[in-house]
Design a protein around this ligand. Sequence first.
Ligand code: GUN
Length: 292
Amino acid sequence: MQLLDGKALSTIIKSEIKQQVEEWTATGGKKPHLAAILVGNDGASETYVASKIRSCEEIGFSSTLVRLNPDVTETEVLAAVQTLNNDADVDGFIVQLPLPKHISENTIMEAIHPAKDVDGFHPINVGRMCKGLPAYLSATPFGILEMLQRATIETSGKHCVVIGRSQIVGLPMSILMQRNANPGNCTVTICHSKTQNLKEICQTADILIVALGRPEFVTADYVKEGAVVVDVGITRVADPSKKSGFAIKGDVNFADVAPKTSYITPVPGGVGLMTICGLLTNTLKATRKEIY
Ligand code: GUN
């Protein structure tokens, strides 16, 4: 079994981006600027956004955090989006999800200008990705592709099973794994809450990507000997022994599953850390106008 080490790989990728920023600005290019809108004060979202902002500082980007109260109206969020759409200094921005229930995430995502949509959630970017056109890939799929590619894992002709059909992970991941590219060229099965015989389907996976948000759901009996297992789960579970009061759990029971795999991502220290690299890569592309 080999560990797909997101901590080590994300450090390498961030230093690569930092180098590219230095070269770009040394030749007169504009310093990349990422902005984030954070609505409310959900603990996990606070942590993720703080980490995104910190990463910007590390690699030489400017960053702006726009905080809105949890009781803000949809119209007010749309106004904040328009302000960033119109701000020529901001190259790309994100609206951290989830949003409070009274705000439509789809409405907000559609309001972001596609050229500044560095999360890759706008229907134009999703559509371009589906058609194989240049587009911002969303952060988690980017991170997973990067891990597979840099570990030179053969994906062509393999059976890839994706558990979860979310707009952010499961759906784009399934599309990217079947496209004619490397990584890609898989036969893909996408499973969800209504799937019958889930365990039997998973047992046929050469590559199993788990993104359903149920801590330690996948046990060894779901996994074929020698499979590649990618765990996208990051759930906070109460743990009084930790200073923070919680532990982060993946969707895979690591201790049980790891001995059966050829490669596996740990949680924490796996896919989660790679996602920020996707966001930073997209922001640099936005600054250099590589897609639009
Ligand atoms: N919430 C969980 N993952 C993400 C992400 O990749 N982008 C945004 N904007 N919100 C998220």
